[in-house]
Design a protein around this ligand. Structure first.
Ligand SMILES: Nc1nc2c(c(=O)[nH]1)N[C@H]1C(S)=C(S)[C@@H](COP(=O)(O)O)O[C@H]1N2
Ligand SMILES: [Mo]
Length: 335
């Protein structure tokens, strides 16, 4: 596509091309957007995406990965009109302790991760345990694009167009037994390709877990890509979870095992500091981390000296979709 440059040197797609793009995204979406008066923001989002796909002088593309086919998801809550985080920030400011504890480490060291061949084992309390080759897992259901906010427990957030499908699609295929109440997610722990696994910051492998109904919620995404492309290694290639209403650490990366259990899984962060990281870890501005407040957050890319912090929302803004899962629960006790 053609990129026009305006006076300030910023790449600007032609209006006609933006319209093409919106029509491509679906006439119904367009009509809904126009009706809601939100088209302006949507156009800005598309424009920045287009500029991003091309790479601009200000933000050159760090190597293009294979494209992933996807359609916009119709799952309620799966799209936000928030401005997308710049691809460069999303792929260079990461938490992936298997590749080091500094936010800049994974982008520098995760190239050693070998993502092919890759298999994911499904085991535990299911009628049909299975070993999926990544190629088969990719094809299990249609790939969708979902724009989710991800809020890290450390107080920063990003808005990322993930690509994948609801984890529930996979769960339905393997048929959990009536006794299955929880799902455990196990990441790869390979000391040969993951330099951080030699350290003792966490008890490897990285393990996370959800209640079965949380895992079945349509917003819980099994993700293979972002920004229309396969996941970069540092973001959890070749397959990860994205649970947008929970702190980022619940979204395990580079998954090799999914196990169905009747007991809450012993998660890596809960084992490391049970008083700081509970099993639920729902984003909650009213429940502080023992060492810092959770009331506000910094959106990555808006971190200038005078940028105002944003108020953190209960369930990271997904209360309408997921609040019902926790009806009657004391969220201070089950943090
Ligand atoms: N295996 C594994 N998964 C992980 C982590 C990790 O260290 N190891 N970090 C978590 C944390 S704390 C966050 S905030 C998110 C960050 O995802 P991103 O780098 O794609 O933004 O990944 C989560 N998943
Ligand atoms: Mo995090």
């Amino acid at each position: 596509m053609l990129i026009k440059t305006n006076r300030d040197g910023f790449a600007q797609p032609l209006a006609s091309e933006i319209t093409d793009r919106l029509v491509y995204a679906g006439r119904r979406d367009l009509i809904k957007l126009l009706a809601s008066g939100a088209a302006g923001a949507a156009l800005t989002a598309w424009a920045s995406r287009e500029a991003l796909a091309q790479g601009t002088a200000a933000s050159p593309r760090p190597g293009k990965l294979a494209a992933l086919p996807s359609v916009k998801s119709a799952v309620p809550g799966a799209v936000t009109l928030d401005k997308l985080t710049d691809y460069k920030d999303a792929s260079s400011y990461n938490n992936f302790y298997e590749f080091g504890t500094d936010k800049a480490d994974p982008a520098k060291t995760a190239h050693t991760l070998k993502t092919s061949p890759w298999t994911v084992e499904i085991e535990g309390l299911v009628k049909k345990p299975a070993r999926y080759a990544l190629e088969d897992l990719l094809k299990l259901s249609a790939q969708q694009e979902r724009i989710y906010r991800l809020r890290c427990v450390e107080g920063w957030s990003m808005v990322i167009p993930w690509v994948g499908y609801s984890l529930s699609e996979l769960i339905k295929k393997v048929e959990p037994l009536g006794s299955a109440k929880y799902v455990e997610f196990v990441s790869l722990a390979d000391p040969k390709t993951m330099p951080g696994v030699g350290s003792r910051v966490l008890d490897w492998p990285y393990v996370e877990g959800l209640r079965l109904d949380e895992a079945m919620h349509p917003l819980t995404l099994l993700s293979f890509g972002m920004y229309g492309e396969l996941l970069p290694h540092q973001n959890g290639a070749p397959v990860r979870l994205v649970v947008p209403w929970k702190y980022g650490f619940k979204s395990g990366k580079s998954l090799v095992k999914i196990r169905f259990t009747d007991q809450p899984p012993a998660t890596a962060w809960n084992k490391a500091a049970a008083n700081e990281y509970g099993f639920y870890s729902n984003v909650n501005p009213d429940v502080d981390h023992p060492r810092w407040s959770q009331a506000t957050e910094r959106r990555i890319g808006e971190d200038g000296l005078f940028a105002k912090k944003r108020k953190t929302l209960i369930f990271n803004g997904y209360e309408a979709q997921v609040g019902q899962l926790y009806a009657g629960m004391d969220l201070k006790k089950f943090f």
